[in-house]
Design a binder for this molecule. Structure first.
Ligand SMILES: NC(=O)c1ccc[n+]([C@@H]2O[C@H](COP(=O)([O-])OP(=O)(O)OC[C@H]3O[C@@H](n4cnc5c(N)ncnc54)[C@H](O)[C@@H]3O)[C@@H](O)[C@H]2O)c1
Length: 352
């Protein structure tokens, strides 16, 4: 965090929903180190990304409230007196949303409405940042994808994110609750769950390489994505929160350097000095929901917020491997239901 951002958040009260998860915990740590009074709200639902170890570097400096964003009374209480609300709690698994749409509807849509209603009633002065997904666009119609592109989501997860974004925009426009609406590309880095492959594809590939396993690259590996390191993502979230011109706006957060899955895998294996890869056929189901190439146009956030990522893929992968090499025990462990960590689809392509 730059000196300038430090001073913006020093002494401020901030609520991070989903703050025990991947991006939320990195954000909470940065905010605590900047001197903010941080409250984390998280329900720690099994198999989602929450992990108590994630916030261990600042556990004595932050307040953790284990509750669900669907608990209106708790949320009504927790939003009071906050200067900023970073809304990151959510069901984040595209695959799960295709077989059980109800958590997305309940958590991502109703839960977001509960957060916004609580703010309308008890703290309309707070500034909100929401992290939606590039999946809201669905298949891209032109490249790079800018914020004016049509939205044709390919799953309930993506629909729920788009709906949440629109709910927040209404509260911005009608109730003057200042909000920034971010659409994140593929984020990777320390503190992501590493127990299963269902979301967080880059991190999952990193785990496979670290375990010296085989990574399957679907199709010919030429599908493009823009991967963004989590520290850069946190910087985008914080910078947009303190930029008045950003309120009410939608911004892509990604990288303008597209990378193919094959290049990603080769980079990971080369940095990890472990692992191998092979081509694999798409299953018909996987093929049907694969949106194809995606890379973001980040010129709007660069122009208005002054943000662009600074971490190269090699650097980001290197830092991620260094973190998990040190803290493997906290991330490779059996999942909460007791299944061995290797059980859920050891090979394969997750989403996000
Ligand atoms: N990681 C990515 O690549 C990516 C990409 C696009 C968008 N996003 C969005 O960013 C946000 C954060 O994602 P993440 O990768 O950190 O996911 P994550 O799963 O690591 O973190 C989400 C956190 O929300 C918590 N949570 C879930 N439901 C909750 C509920 N009902 N009440 C309270 N807490 C709840 C979980 O316990 C978890 O700790 C999500 O909204 C996600 O859709 C992430």
């Amino acid at each position: 965090m730059t000196k300038n951002l430090d001073s913006c958040f020093k002494g401020k009260s901030v609520l991070v929903t989903g703050g025990m998860g991947f991006i939320g915990s990195n954000l909470a740590i940065r905010l605590a180190r900047a001197g903010a009074k941080v409250t984390v709200l998280d329900s720690m639902i099994t198999d989602y990304g929450g992990n108590e170890f994630n916030v261990s570097p600042v556990e004595d400096q932050i307040r953790i409230n284990y509750c669900d964003i669907r608990d209106e009374n708790a949320v009504n209480y927790l939003v009071r007196d906050q200067d900023y609300v970073f809304h990151l709690a959510g069901q984040v698994c595209h695959l799960m949303s295709l077989t059980n749409p109800f958590p997305d509807i309940a958590i991502n849509i109703t839960g977001t409405a509960i957060v916004m209603e609580a703010l309308r009633k008890y703290n309309p002065e707070a500034i909100v940042v929401y992290t939606g997904t590039r999946g809201q666009y669905g298949s891209a119609v032109s490249f790079p994808v800018n914020e004016e592109a049509p939205t044709n989501p390919k799953g309930i997860y993506e629909i729920s994110n788009l709906t949440a974004e629109k709910i927040i925009k209404v509260y911005n426009d009608v109730h003057q609750i200042r909000s920034v609406l971010l659409r994140l590309s593929n984020i990777y880095g320390p503190r992501s769950q590493m127990k299963h492959s269902r979301f967080g594809v880059c991190n999952w590939f990193i785990r496979l390489a670290m375990d010296n396993d085989m990574i399957q690259v679907f199709g010919d590996g030429s599908i493009l994505r823009d991967f963004c390191y989590v520290d850069d993502t946190v910087e985008a979230i914080l910078k947009s929160a303190v930029t008045q011109e950003a309120y009410g706006e939608i911004f892509n957060v990604g990288s303008d350097i597209p990378v193919s899955f094959l290049e990603l895998v080769e980079t990971i294996i080369s940095v990890a000095k472990r692992g191998s890869w092979k081509f694999a056929e798409f299953s018909p189901e996987r093929k049907a929901q694969e949106p194809g190439d995606f890379y973001s146009d980040i010129s709007k956030i660069e122009r208005i917020v002054g943000w662009r990522p600074t971490t190269t893929l090699e650097e980001g992968v290197g830092k991620t491997i260094e973190f998990y090499d040190k803290h493997r025990d906290h991330y490779w462990q059996a999942n909460a239901k007791g299944a061995p960590a290797s059980e859920p689809q050891k090979l394969g392509l997750g989403k996000n």
